[in-house]
Design a binder for this molecule. Sequence first.
Ligand code: SF4
Length: 335
Amino acid sequence: MQLMVSDSHLAAYPFTSDATEHVRELGVAIPDLLQKHAYGRARARGKERVIQAIEGRIEKSTEIRPEFELLSYPLARMIVSCVNDDYLIRRYALAEAKAVHESLKAESREFLTDMGREFGMRLDFSDRVFRLHFTDYVRYAHRMHDPGWKLVNRQLQSGWIRLTEHEFRRLLQEAISDRIQHDLPLEVPSEICDWLSDYISSVKESLGARKTEFEISGEVSPGAFPPCIAQAIAQLQQGVNLPHSARFAATSFLLNIGMSVDEVVGIFGGSPDFDESRTRYQVEHITGHEYTAPGCDTMRTYGNCVGANELCARISHPLNYYRIRKRAEKRSSGA
Ligand code: SF4
């Protein structure tokens, strides 16, 4: 790309070939980067990137020199690779791509086009309109929940799909996330992991806490399901055609509480437009991206908060509802 002119600009897109080249030109030896006091801020920021990714959002750092911000990216990748956990890799890639999506909002269309090409997208920008080849469109858009992304709802002209700038940026985010995820884990020598051991311990601690919070283990207790989810499942089993947002909420909830893809697909079997391979694909996609079930605010926004009861007044997430009810069930059974 020819459009990145400053260090801070490069630091906002650390995964691009220009940024990689710039890091090479800095000529920092890996042992120095990992051990010297002078690079301590870059190492701390590398760890911070990963921990923020676990929490769901990498914040822009305004206090760090662009050079250190740039160096923090390879450090973060080394830390992620040393931990070598699939969940972490997916979450990290997603958070880096989301952070970039924010930066892309301030970029020119020429820049966006260049970035798309760097990521192998076949695209055209003319007459102020983005067009993406339908094969690339399908590759990234099939993951979107809004029906507006479905190919049947798009205008296809000689193999090209028209996109707004906002839509193009969103697909670019997916392409970036894929690339970052695909390149991890790196083959990091054990000596390097040893040097990074303090950072790795903090990341593992944060990762463990996150998994405990959102991966509820143990047997599934249908009696502890919150009313919204119980209702969605009952409707699915009666063959009611639920809106996409309700299906997504039910699917992600069931996966979050530890049900397998097969079990969730089995529940969807009652749906009138049930297509096993398509359903399996969608459920596996939600599993792959480690989506967390929507919180109560989002459920309300989409009209999916149904049958709220007294406990609902004290919680803000259906998973919290489940956790509390499950604990109460356990206590009353004396287990
Ligand atoms: S308040 Fe939350 S848990 Fe209760 S029904 Fe509404 S969305 Fe579900």
